[in-house]
Design a protein around this ligand. Structure first.
Ligand SMILES: [Mg+2]
Length: 104
């Protein structure tokens, strides 16, 4: 567990412990919805927003995500590194395919 997740873990335990998995998933989805609202505001689609509110909602999403990861003993930074590598490999082969098509 990285230091950020350890801080989340400490706070969650102080507040009575982790929720059930589906409750945590619901909280994550709710926060993603709030992030969507703020992003729409920042982009001028739905009212007016600001970067600070967007940052706050991104933090809330990260917190909800960290709760789920902690519950299952998963290090989010390790998971992120894996995703970066996965996308790097996937997009590298996609770019190579596009170049091959462009060359004919
Ligand atoms: Mg929120």
């Amino acid at each position: 567990m990285n230091e950020h997740q350890a801080r989340v873990d400490e706070l969650v335990r102080e507040m009575g412990g982790y929720w059930k998995p589906f409750e945590m998933l619901t909280a994550l989805v709710e926060e993603v919805g709030e992030l969507a609202d703020e992003l729409l505001k920042v982009e001028g689609v739905k009212g007016k927003g600001n970067r600070d509110s967007l940052e706050e909602e991104l933090g809330d999403v990260m917190f909800a995500l960290a709760c789920i990861a902690n519950y299952y003993g998963i290090d989010l930074l390790k998971a992120l590194k894996g995703s970066v590598e996965k996308y790097r490999i996937r997009d590298k082969s996609r770019l190579e395919e596009q170049h091959e098509v462009a060359r004919g």
